[in-house]
Design a protein around this ligand. Structure first.
Ligand SMILES: NC(=O)c1ccc[n+]([C@@H]2O[C@H](COP(=O)([O-])OP(=O)(O)OC[C@H]3O[C@@H](n4cnc5c(N)ncnc54)[C@H](O)[C@@H]3O)[C@@H](O)[C@H]2O)c1
Length: 335
């Protein structure tokens, strides 16, 4: 009998299958694929040789299942995660954690009572160039971050050809650029710079065919520590690129996802000093994240997004919607 932990993956659609493949690739766990569509389960068994389950509630009663990854659409994350933690399993939840704050107190209580690992799968935490830049910024060599620009975009139809037919086409299912895409950069930037105090937001549907949700977002924020940050993202541009630049009194730090590198320039210098990492491919950060989650289950420190950070990211998304609709600056409560 295998002594490896067993990870139940609930929801084996686009991202669930990616997680399944990457958890399998660690060689450190067994996986069970769970989906309520029989054709998906058949595909997971055939393509990946995975054990399958059609009913996640039944699988939670299986003592061999020690951890659960929730990759269903966002509307169901909180209810499933609460049950998972109440069943005493470790829990990794896809982003966004939710579309509202409903059920959060119960989820937090279940997480605290379980003593299990509960993380939100903001996968950009797993980029080596981001980790290296954050480690440098954390040394304080350049002083505190006082301003930052976070610029990202890609041609979403190239990466998700079915975007018109999936949850993306509907805000109420987790769709649109705010909840589905720029939330990654909000969470990642807060991880590096600290929590956001207030938000100004404009957004719109600019290009993407066959949907009405916003494909373009522009956000300016104030951090609780006073830093002024600017974010922009669109989902139709040709280049698949993301650049973050953090500006401190003593110098600047830049991260380029598309070049898997980060650089620093001290005040008085005119050239960036770069540190580059090998290209990761699309699965690379997911493999790192899978290993991190298994490490966390084994009691080791990890760099994944915490439940509280996931809740803060939900508040950030909600503040963006309110700021966009009202045209006013919206505060994010710290409670
Ligand atoms: N981290 C990333 O880069 C990334 C990328 C894409 C999606 N996501 C997130 O992952 C989540 C899922 O997105 P997706 O694109 O994979 O969606 P998807 O629609 O492709 O897959 C969701 C799957 O969940 C299954 N499902 C729904 N309810 C279920 C239930 N009660 N029991 C079992 N299975 C159930 C569906 O049948 C479907 O196969 C969303 O929250 C999304 O925002 C994250």
């Amino acid at each position: 009998m295998s002594t490896l932990p067993t990870v139940l993956i609930i929801g084996c659609g686009s991202i669930g299958e990616r997680h399944l493949r990457n958890f399998q690739a660690t060689g450190r766990c067994n996986v069970i694929a769970c989906d309520n569509r029989p054709a998906i389960l058949a595909a997971m068994a055939e393509k990946h040789g995975a054990a399958t389950s059609a009913d996640w509630t039944a699988s939670l009663a299986d003592p061999a299942v020690t951890a659960v990854l929730i990759a269903t659409p966002a509307t169901s994350h909180v209810a499933i995660a609460t049950k998972v933690l109440q069943a005493g399993k470790h829990c990794l939840i896809e982003k966004p954690l939710s579309l509202s704050l409903d059920g959060m107190a119960e989820l937090q209580a279940a997480a605290a009572a379980s003593g299990k690992v509960c993380r939100v799968a903001y996968v950009q935490h797993s980029r080596p160039e981001v980790r290296a830049a954050k480690a440098f910024l954390d040394t304080g060599t350049f002083g505190p971050i006082r301003a930052a620009t976070i610029i990202s975009g890609q041609n979403f139809p190239t990466f998700r050809p079915a975007y018109r037919e999936i949850y993306y086409n509907n805000h109420a299912q987790g769709g649109g650029a705010i909840q589905d895409a720029i939330t990654h950069m909000f969470n990642l930037t807060e991880w590096i710079t600290g929590p956001t105090a207030s938000v100004l937001c404009d957004a719109g549907h600019q290009v993407l065919d066959g949907v009405e949700v916003e494909d373009t977002v522009s956000v300016t924020t104030r951090n609780r520590n006073g830093a002024i940050l600017t974010y922009t993202l669109n989902q139709f541009q040709a280049p698949n690129e993301a650049t973050m630049q953090f500006n401190c009194p003593g110098g600047s730090v830049k991260v380029e996802f598309h070049n898997t590198r980060w650089g620093r320039m001290a005040l008085g210098e005119t050239e960036w000093t770069w540190e580059s990492f090998p290209p990761l491919g699309r699965d690379g950060p997911f493999t790192i994240q899978a290993n991190d989650f298994l490490d966390a289950m084994a009691g080791k420190p990890d760099l994944m997004a915490t439940l509280d950070e996931g809740i803060q990211a939900v508040k950030f998304n909600l503040a963006c919607f309110e700021a966009w609709r009202s045209g006013a600056r919206v505060s994010i409560g710290s409670g």
